[in-house]
Design a protein around this ligand. Structure first.
Ligand code: HMG
Ligand code: MG
Length: 296
């Protein structure tokens, strides 16, 4: 019942670094991206075109896109029309928009209610689609919100439905603060698969409570085979208190390897990428496979 292949969407250069307090030099980010590409990563979120006042770490977005070789599908995030324009001007061909199911979270993250964001994004998405751009829709607080608590699955599905009707090619559904359990993950993703058979469906788990791996196994059983992960387990949204890192790329790829699910990614090379970026981030990297790698 498990899939034979899975796709990893590496979010380290974006989700992984956006919350890093120390500014990481552009050249070190570019090295991280290149190392990850060489490890076999074929889909990646490179950066975000967001306000540099809100997220100073992403201020070099244009340079990051311009200096990255195109390998597979590379995303940049855009919260609004201005972000989408800047993304296109940099040459990006895959754009990720992001909205929270929870109004309170969306206000903190994008300074708009969920409805205001959706109304503003509708013409943005239709323009992107007209230009042949692949549109990924990231759905934050799909299970729990740091401000509002439990989110009803119906509300998450309704927001996904709006994005699909607007023309989104992919839904990346996120447990922003790592609170979902495997039963909830299975139940939501099986329903999403059923409801949206024609869009790419991706699971985005943060590992705050160390449940991400169990959630991934649960969603594999629901037929999901696309996972957002972050090398070194770096990450977290600056506007979601308690959001720690994403589930680690090296640990997820290792688990998938042992299950016979092919990703095309070399765990050792991911660990080498982590070793290089580790010197430039302030938090210690303590993922399972990286610790084994450094003790070798
Ligand atoms: P605002 O202050 O309401 O913006 O912020 P505004 O429209 O009133 O404009 C104010 C100023 O920002 C203006 O400049 C605009 O030009 C500028 P000024 O006239 O003052 O000089 N501006 C921009 N500059 C650069 N890029 C833009 C842009 N838009 C306006 N795109 C805004 C609204 C959306 C800009 C702000 O709230 C923002 O940048 N938020 C981004 C937050 C963010 O990056 N969060 C993390 C990513 S989401 C995430 O991590 C979750 C995810 O991983 C899934 C999960 O785990 O849940 C995806
Ligand atoms: Mg995230």
């Amino acid at each position: 019942i498990l899939p034979n292949n899975a796709t990893i969407i590496e979010v380290g250069p974006r989700d992984g670094l956006q919350n890093e307090s120390k500014l990481v030099a552009t050249v070190d980010k570019l090295r991280f991206i290149k190392d990850l590409q060489q490890a076999g990563i074929s889909e990646m979120e490179l950066t975000s075109f967001v306000s540099p006042k809100w997220v100073p770490q992403m201020a070099d977005a244009k340079e990051i896109v311009e200096k990255t070789d195109c390998v597979g599908r590379q995303f940049v995030l855009a919260p609004n029309a201005m972000g989408a324009e800047l993304a296109l001007a940099s040459g990006a061909t895959n754009v990720a928009v992001f909205v929270g199911v929870s109004n309170s979270f969306n206000q903190k993250n994008i300074n708009r209610t969920t409805d205001e964001s959706m109304a503003a994004l509708e013409p943005v998405i239709s323009k992107l689609k007209e230009q042949g751009i692949f549109v990924r829709a990231c759905i934050s607080t799909a299970f729990y919100c740091p401000y509002e608590g439990k989110i009803e699955p119906e509300d998450t599905i309704a927001l996904c439905d709006r994005f699909v009707k607007m023309g989104a090619d992919e839904l990346s559904v996120a447990d922003t603060i790592g609170m979902a359990n495997p039963q909830e993950s299975y139940a939501l993703f099986i329903k999403l698969k059923e409801t949206f058979p024609d869009v790419l469906l991706t699971a985005h788990f943060h590992d705050t409570r160390k449940m991400a791996m169990a959630n991934i196994f649960a969603t594999l059983q629901a037929g999901v085979n696309r996972f957002d992960t972050s090398a070194g387990g770096l990450g977290g949204c600056p506007f979601a208190p308690g959001a720690t890192g994403n589930v680690a790329t090296e640990d997820v790829v290792h688990m998938l390897d042992t299950l016979g699910i092919r990703t095309g990614i070399d765990v050792k090379k991911v660990c080498e990428a982590v070793a290089n970026i580790a010197q430039h981030v302030s938090r210690p990297i303590e993922t399972g496979m990286y610790k084994l790698f450094t003790n070798e």
